[in-house]
Design a protein around this ligand. Structure first.
Ligand code: BES
Ligand code: MN
Length: 457
């Protein structure tokens, strides 16, 4: 190891408390992108990041307004080497149900080895890890590689304005490779590189029956209950093999090769680990596929929320006038969110009974993406992870979605290397989100190694 590397790592370790304090400050700002009440908090977060990037010595710092939340940009371009575009999202998911949190979602608290708070793992912790690695290197001297940051505020709502931003700023964002630390690890002792992500097509479906709520005795048996009609429609969206029944849904799904199946089978993603992580009695899913295949390489359709009629205390005998469901489909290559919308429309036209009216609202969407696991930058990341964990990383296809990865491939012609230091047990998007600090500190070391590796031939 060169002197520089050793000094940088030592410096990073000496700053452990300061890095954590930075993360706590960032987590304290409630940057919930989906909630219009938090619009000002989004700008405050962008400002915090811009100030912080300036403090560590990044240059050309800009906050770019978009039609939605702003994008933070910064760079450092004095190396005779390649350029890495570091991606991050500073927005977070909503925090409800609030009463299940053991400490406030925006009052980050260390308990045991974890930092609790919304965004600690997904992904403010990952942003601070990358910034801390760059900070540590810059304290010793010049960066071994050119670096650009692009930090957006809309990932958790599907990055609706980022594609347009990238289209308008192709020169600004030009780089050899993107580093995306928004994908987690399988386990704390298992560094992970993600080479595939699922896409998403999100919808709201509303079903209308009578003009207003009805007495269920006077009208029950005569008027089709919209809650029942909606449930019947939803129930028909899967067959008894766990397959999605929307017409044409699987037409474009790229089949799994035998080689990929055997690679996925080697991952420690067993049914036992899924049961342990979820507390569910048994696993469920599309017949003929393992759990790792079902999450990484097969598409799904999920119900996120249902609303209809009386759900308060006590009882009320009513036929509700309306029923609503939020649902989405996770997509794999080569499905298209627009086509899935058409398929859902076709399903509803074919199956909705005459007794109700319905309305389908298309919400966010994004395509799945696949990255080449043999890119030189991926190998440099693999080497960095191996240096820190003393173990070769595993390569996996992730069930979650990060829309920017596919958009970057299309718009900037740029591929991403994906990793991250969050864990399946981090409760992301759920109450008591947390970050495992020992893993996070190892992650900062790994990123330091990665940037040095990128500066070497
Ligand atoms: N970081 C996640 C995606 C992820 C989750 C990667 C788990 C690896 C492991 C990301 O922030 C996310 O949650 N994305 C949303 C995107 C959607 C709203 C378009 C998702 O997957 O639900
Ligand atoms: Mn997320």
């Amino acid at each position: 190891m060169t002197d520089y590397r050793v000094k940088t790592l030592e410096y990073g370790h000496s700053q452990a408390a300061a890095f954590l304090k930075n993360l706590q400050d960032l987590v304290s700002i409630p940057s919930i992108s989906t909630d219009p009440d938090h619009k000002d908090d989004m700008l405050r977060t962008a400002n915090w990041l811009a100030d912080h990037l300036r403090q560590i010595g990044m240059e050309h710092i800009q906050i770019y307004p978009t039609a939605g939340h702003p994008v933070v940009y910064a760079d450092w371009l004095h190396a005779q080497a390649e350029t890495v575009l570091i991606y991050g999202h500073y927005d977070v998911q909503p925090v409800e149900p609030l009463d299940e949190w053991h400490s406030g979602p925006f009052t980050p608290e260390v308990r045991g080895e974890n930092l609790y708070g919304r965004g600690t793992s997904d992904m403010k912790g990952q942003i601070i890890a990358a910034i801390s690695a760059i900070d540590s290197i810059l304290k010793q001297g010049p960066l071994p590689v050119n670096v650009k940051f692009m930090l957006e505020g809309e990932e958790e709502i599907g990055s609706p304005h980022l594609a347009a931003f990238m289209q308008e700023h192709t020169d600004l964002l030009k780089a050899d490779i993107a580093l995306n630390p928004d994908a987690g690890m399988i386990a704390p002792d298992l560094p992970t590189i993600v080479y595939g992500l699922r896409g998403l097509a999100y919808f709201e479906l509303r079903v209308y029956g009578p003009a207003h709520d009805l007495h269920s005795g006077i009208f029950g048996g005569v008027i089709h209950n919209p809650a029942q009609a909606l449930c019947e429609l939803i129930a028909g969206m899967h067959d008894n093999q766990g397959r999605v029944t929307l017409p044409g849904f699987y037409d474009r799904v790229r089949p799994l090769s035998e080689q990929e199946r055997s690679e996925l089978a080697r991952l420690p993603m067993t049914d036992e680990s899924y049961l342990e992580q979820t507390g569910s009695p048994i696993t469920w899913g599309e017949a003929g596929y393992t759990s790792a295949e079902r999450t990484g390489a097969r598409p799904t359709l999920e119900i996120h929320g249902l609303l209809s009629g009386f759900t308060g205390k006590g009882s009320k005998t009513v036929i509700p006038a309306v029923a609503m469901v939020k649902l989405s489909s996770r997509l794999v290559p080569d499905q298209d969110p627009k086509e899935v919308y058409q398929q859902l429309l076709a399903y509803l036209h074919a199956n909705a009974p005459k007794s109700i009216r319905w309305e389908l609202i298309e919400m966010q969407g994004g395509k799945a993406s696949m990255s080449d696991p043999n890119l030189p930058a991926t190998q440099k990341l693999a080497k960095a992870l191996e240096t820190v964990w003393n173990k070769k990383p595993v390569y996996k296809r992730e069930g979650g979605s990060i829309p920017v990865v596919g958009d970057m491939q299309e718009i900037l012609g740029m591929d991403s290397v994906l990793t991250g230091f969050g864990l399946p047990s981090d409760n992301v998007h759920a109450p008591n989100e947390k970050l495992h600090l020992p893993t996070w500190y190892s992650g900062i070391d790994a990123l330091i190694h990665f940037f040095y590796n990128m500066g070497e031939k």
